[in-house]
Design a binder for this molecule. Structure first.
Ligand SMILES: Cc1ncc(COP(=O)(O)O)c(C=O)c1O
Length: 391
């Protein structure tokens, strides 16, 4: 069913004042998320954080069920983590790499992930290899298949990169991983909440997500999915008394579910808010959200392409809600500053977030406009007029 845009905007207070095309940075929270998060903080102030957490037990439990429903897994395969990077780290650093082990990744890999590969490679003697793209600009599944041998220890790919509309072919990558019996870690930070994600269909064993982007949750929230069958092949890099129990002076036992990747102390109001954000997204329907976002992004690309001096840089066979472009004679960071000064939120990306991809395409910086379902055609017109006036 098409999204009821008027309702979506009515329920999003930020729409009244801001033209927000930075949804891949942090989307605007709807009232329901805002009310739940602030409501919990207020309760903490009134009765103390511990009691407030006890009283919210059902909502907190509900967050795991909602996340499980969102990506088609079991609630005990979900860990709440404070952001996507730490969620991803908890899975990646839990693997035991040996000299010569190969980590296969994508060209459009996110900087924090790549820094972790380099760190682990330097420490362990593992090697990291970025698989080439195909002619559309997405990871080449054929090249990935060709790269498989018995030294491949991990396939780890960013689904939607930070700097553009590319959607890497996660399910096809998953089929290669499964056929080879290699664990598959998917960075779904920018795709969760934007398009339907089904871990069974994709075939990933671990997946990281954040709350504040397309899910429209509060900042400081995220989650990690770990497939049950994978749990005992991972040694969490940190354990505390939530992740494990000190059962004898010289012995501990780890939890037997994905919460062994969590911390005891955490942002409880954020957990509550994240659960509401996921339910809110499920209420609209992820396929409808994706259809609306993709249609808006296509319209934005078309309008930007028509502007003199503007070049759209998105690649891939499937293109999502992130629109990347360059403006002749106007540096991206400068364009971002001037747009924000007019109440128009967009972002810039640099080589520091996706070095391999930006270098391969010789684009040191790009503008990034990322739309959500509550954006409108009128906002696209206003945005393009403002971009046109920058030159
Ligand atoms: C592709 C990708 N992965 C991971 C992250 C990190 O997410 P977080 O800031 O929630 O740790 C980002 C953030 O922009 C990203 O774009």
């Amino acid at each position: 069913m098409p999204i009821d845009i008027e309702r979506a905007r009515r329920e999003t207070p930020g729409c009244e004042t801001t033209l927000h095309f930075n949804n891949a940075g942090a989307a605007l929270m709807p009232d329901a998320v805002l009310d739940a998060t602030i409501g919990h903080l207020r309760r903490e102030a009134e009765i103390g954080g511990y009691l407030a957490e006890n009283r919210a037990a059902a909502q907190i439990d509900g967050m795991y069920c909602s996340a499980a429903r969102l990506i088609n897994c079991r609630p005990d395969e979900i860990a709440f983590v404070e952001n996507a990077t730490r969620a991803w780290d908890m899975a990646f650093y839990a693997l035991d790499f040996k000299p010569g082990d190969r980590i296969l990744t994508a060209t459009a890999e996110y900087a924090s992930n790549y820094i972790a590969y380099l760190q682990v490679a330097a420490k362990t003697g593992a090697v990291v290899e970025a698989i080439a793209n195909d002619e559309t600009g997405q990871l080449s599944v054929a090249a990935l298949e060709d790269a498989i041998d018995d030294r491949v220890k991990l396939i780890s790919v960013t689904h939607v990169p930070t700097n553009g509309g590319l959607v890497n072919p996660a399910a096809a990558i998953g089929r290669v991983a499964r056929a080879a019996g290699v664990p598959f870690l998917l960075d779904a930070c920018q795709s969760v909440g934007q398009l339907p994600i089904d871990v069974e269909e994709i075939g990933c064993d671990m997946l990281s997500a954040t709350g504040r982007k397309y899910l429209r949750g509060p900042r400081g929230t995220g989650f990690l999915y770990v497939r049950r069958a994978m749990l005992d092949r991972l040694e969490p890099p940190f354990l505390d008394l939530r992740a494990a129990t000190w059962v004898a002076p010289d012995r501990f036992e780890m939890r037997d579910d994905a919460r062994r990747f969590e911390n005891w102390e955490s942002y409880v109001a954020g957990r509550v808010g994240l659960g509401v954000a996921i339910d809110y997204a499920l209420g609209w329907g992820l396929a409808d959200i994706r259809d609306r976002i993709y249609a808006l992004a296509d319209a934005l690309r078309e309008r930007l392409e028509a502007l003199p001096g503007v070049t759209v840089h998105d690649t891939g066979a499937e293109r999502c809600g992130i629109v990347s472009f360059a403006i002749d004679g106007v540096e991206a960071a400068e364009a971002e500053r001037r747009l924000v000064a007019q109440g128009i939120n967009a972002a810039s990306s640099s080589v520091f977030s996706t070095r391999l991809d930006m270098e391969a395409r010789s684009v040191p910086t790009l503008m990034r406009a990322s739309v959500h379902y509550y954006n409108t055609d009128d906002e696209i017109e206003r945005f393009c007029a403002a971009v046109d006036a920058l030159r």
